[in-house]
Design a protein around this ligand. Structure first.
Ligand code: SDX
Length: 390
């Protein structure tokens, strides 16, 4: 069988070797982003993630993902103006969020909030590239407001109105935390948002594409993406990774934690990846900022413990290609910035929505409904037995 080809055009139908969990499968051609799992590279629209993390902003990166080019100043100003114009969410969304049980997971609340946004949009079902592009921009803007409102409401506080003087990420932090973030917080969160914005055909992106391929509305597709991202094998790992590290008092306990997990054959959260068999480049950047932020916020022990966990996991599993992924260090950063653990995955979603909508929009003009098959291994010729005879 031919090896799967992930760069350059393929001729449909393509012959590939498939693994469980659709490993090796190809969904479509894309110009949006590329993950090289052997080299540990991540590229958005041709630009290396290290360059984008260093020089770009989340708004510029979202524009790049959506429209395929770096914006001119005027294009960026217009895009930011649109995001700003959409920030405020309908009162019905806030009322619905307030009606949810206080202990419901913020990702479930986010999914619900997006659903209400869709119900309120009279043009939600007009599935055209033009209309969905507008909804895409709306979602990038409003998911931040919904997630921030959830952060407040679950603590019994009133949502904070958006501040038009702040950029997207700074305004998100302001609305979520209820106070103006400092420069370090804004910078590090913006970098994290850039790093999380897109990542090939991951489970949540694929979920959005599958839903949209039936020509359903973009809100439904993004709701489904949030549901997929919530799981601990995907975006939910950032919460779990930190929750498992917080009780560790020192590096000795970090070693014990890893050795115990290995002995019990437990998956260690924040490690391993379907595509990366080298170090996840996003974890490289986040690891660096984790050290800086935890030190600046007076929590250097948290980084030391995380580093020790990493060293131990790599010593045991590095040869098998298991390294930290994006979800390992992000939590240490958010925690040091004073963000509550249940909000970690919603933050991932607030960023990833750019990749979700970009990929859905790219596929729309050449849409073909996704419809794989399962291998049936059940019975074939059973005789129907009436209920009173069973
Ligand atoms: C994200 O796909 C994306 O791009 C996702 C993402 C994105 O940006 O969208 O990068 C974000 O989801 C990051 C991943 C977050 N999840 C976790 O950190 C949870 C822990 N990691 C894993 O469960 C696992 O590594 C996955 C889910 C990430 C990948 O799953 P695969 O490709 O199905 O790998 P696998 O479960 O088949 O594991 C292969 C082998 C197994 O050993 P063997 O049975 O072959 O002996 O590697 C081992 C696994 O046991 N393994 C691990 C491990 N991850 C894999 N062993 C211990 N700890 C781990 N974390």
């Amino acid at each position: 069988m031919a090896a799967p080809k992930f760069v350059g055009e393929v001729e449909w139908p393509v012959t590939i070797q498939l693994g469980k969990g659709l490993e090796g499968a190809i969904t479509c051609h894309s110009r949006i982003g590329y993950v090289d799992g052997e080299k540990g590279w991540l590229v958005y629209r041709g630009y290396n993630i290290f360059d984008l993390a260093e020089h770009s902003t989340y708004e510029e990166t979202a524009y790049l993902l959506l429209f395929g080019k770096l914006p001119t100043q005027k294009e960026l100003d217009d895009f930011k103006g649109k995001l700003l114009g959409y920030r405020k969410i309908p009162q019905e969304v806030i009322d619905t969020l307030k009606s949810l049980p206080k202990d419901c997971h913020p990702m479930a609340a986010l999914r619900t909030g997006i659903s209400v946004l869709g119900c309120k949009d009279t043009k939600a079902d007009e599935v055209t590239v033009e209309n969905d592009t507008e909804i895409a921009i709306k979602l990038i803007s409003q998911m931040a407001t919904v997630a921030a409102a959830i952060a407040r409401i679950r603590k019994g506080q009133e949502p904070v109105e958006p501040d038009p003087s702040l950029d997207h990420t700074a305004n998100f932090l302001y609305m979520a935390l209820g106070e103006k973030p400092n420069d370090l917080m804004i910078k590090v969160m913006d970098i994290s948002m850039i790093l999380h914005a897109d990542h090939g055909m991951n489970a949540s992106t694929f979920t959005c594409m599958v839903v949209n391929s039936s020509l359903s509305d973009l809100y439904s597709s993004v709701c489904a993406g949030v549901g997929s991202l919530k799981g601990p094998l995907h975006g939910g790992a950032n919460e779990r990774a930190l929750a498992e590290m917080l009780p560790l008092k020192d590096e000795e306990e970090a070693v014990e934690y890893v050795r115990d997990a290995i002995a019990k054959k437990k998956k260690i959260m924040g490690f391993g990846h379907r595509v990366y068999k080298a170090y996840d480049p996003r974890a490289k950047v986040l690891g660096k900022y984790s050290q800086e932020v935890t030190e600046r916020m007076g929590m250097p022990h948290l980084f030391k413990i995380a580093r020790k966990v990493e060293e131990e996991v790599i010593a045991a599993y590095g040869e098998r290609g298991i390294f930290p992924n994006v979800d390992f260090y992000s939590g240490t950063i958010y925690y040091a910035l004073g963000i509550e653990v249940p909000l970690f995955t919603p933050i991932f979603a607030v960023s990833r929505v750019a990749g979700w909508v970009a990929r859905v929009l790219e596929y729309l003009p050449e849409n073909r409904i996704f419809r794989p098959r399962a291998v049936y291994v059940g019975d074939m010729e059973k005789e129907y037995v009436p209920i009173d005879q069973r």
